[in-house]
Design a protein around this ligand. Structure first.
Ligand SMILES: Nc1nc2c(ncn2[C@@H]2O[C@H](COP(=O)(O)OP(=O)(O)OP(=O)(O)O)[C@@H](O)[C@H]2O)c(=O)[nH]1
Ligand SMILES: [Mg+2]
Length: 298
């Protein structure tokens, strides 16, 4: 039996709501979310499988020019996500004006592959405002693509969004992934990401953007999962902030991360977090390699 099956690159500005949308449609925490821009740093697959379709969403970092090697890897990731996809899904925060730079990013796709323009965070506007936004943006885009307002937070219009995507996918004989995969990422990777999410939530200013989280040990035992992670920051002063007075901040991050990881691994978690300074790690190819960024990719 043929099914609708294909890949959808989800792109857009930082903080637009890309990861929230993917988590909402997959109904699992595939990708971390935070109110701070530049949360997602890797391409992460979110796989939705139903009896008649399989949609492979590729979550990407927000489009943003940064000079560090990490920033270059992140931007390269967006271009690679766009190679060979069946649909481009551009996510735009409905409360923000649509800028010419954004239109210039999607315009080249119009004559090549289907583009779905998602207006995210629609719960923040009244119905009449949403309609007038759709009309305005549709004019800006010369009516070249379907515009779908959604709210990931309130679960609004997500079925309609999926129907639009499904309608644009090719029919294939085989699925790309077996039914029990909802992401390509390991629990070890997800555990590190959850620690980074909590750090993004609790820490202020530039500190959360200057940290990386690596897993030192992941031992999945019968009733408990032992996880040791390392938070790497750039400066000694940041280490002090991450630890907090008497270790209070690290305790807060650790507790919150442990509760979230337990929900995902569905067993007890013993989480130990260590903090280390590694100056200029964002430009250190050896360390970036350990984080999974490959030198040949920039
Ligand atoms: N009100 C409202 N807020 C939302 C909605 N979707 C996402 N947000 C918020 O918007 C912020 C950014 O969400 P993310 O999903 O992390 O955005 P992103 O596009 O993945 O961001 P980057 O990974 O940094 O590029 C978070 O604070 C979310 O809670 C929504 O439907 N309604
Ligand atoms: Mg994201």
């Amino acid at each position: 039996m043929k099914i609708k099956c294909g890949t959808v690159a989800v792109i857009g500005n930082p903080n637009a709501g890309k990861s929230s949308l993917i988590n909402a449609v997959i109904k699992e925490k595939v990708s971390i979310v935070s109110p701070k821009p530049q949360t997602t740093r890797n391409n992460i697959l979110g796989i939705l499988t139903n009896k008649d379709c399989q949609i492979v969403f590729v979550d990407t970092p927000g489009i943003n020019r940064t000079d560090s090697k990490l920033g270059k890897f992140m931007q390269k990731g967006i271009s690679s996500a766009l190679d060979d996809v069946d649909v481009v899904c551009f996510v735009h925060d409905i409360t923000k004006p649509l800028k010419t730079e954004e239109i210039n990013i999607i315009r080249p796709f119009f004559d090549k592959i289907p583009v779905v323009f998602v207006l995210s965070k629609a719960d923040l506007l009244a119905k009449e405002q949403i309609i007038s936004k759709i009309v305005g943006i549709s004019n800006q885009l010369s009516n070249k693509c379907e515009i779908v307002p959604i709210s990931s937070l309130k679960n609004k219009n997500l079925t309609e969004f999926l129907d639009v995507i499904k309608g644009l996918l090719p029919e294939t004989e085989d699925k790309l992934f077996s039914d029990d995969f909802y992401t390509d990422r390991s629990l070890k990777f997800i555990a590190c990401e959850i620690v980074r999410e909590k750090a993004l939530y609790f820490l202020q200013d530039e500190v959360p953007h200057d940290i990386a989280v690596v897993c030192e040990n992941y031992a999945d035992k019968e009733t408990i999962c032992d996880i040791d992670v390392l938070i790497v920051c750039q400066k000694q002063s940041q280490k002090g902030i991450i630890l907090g007075k008497g270790g209070e901040m690290l305790k807060k991050i650790g507790h919150s991360a442990r509760v979230s990881i337990q929900k995902i691994v569905r067993k007890k978690v013993n989480l130990n977090i260590y903090v280390k300074v590694r100056p200029n790690w964002k430009n250190d190819l050896e360390f970036l390699g350990a984080l999974g960024y490959n030198e040949n990719e920039i």
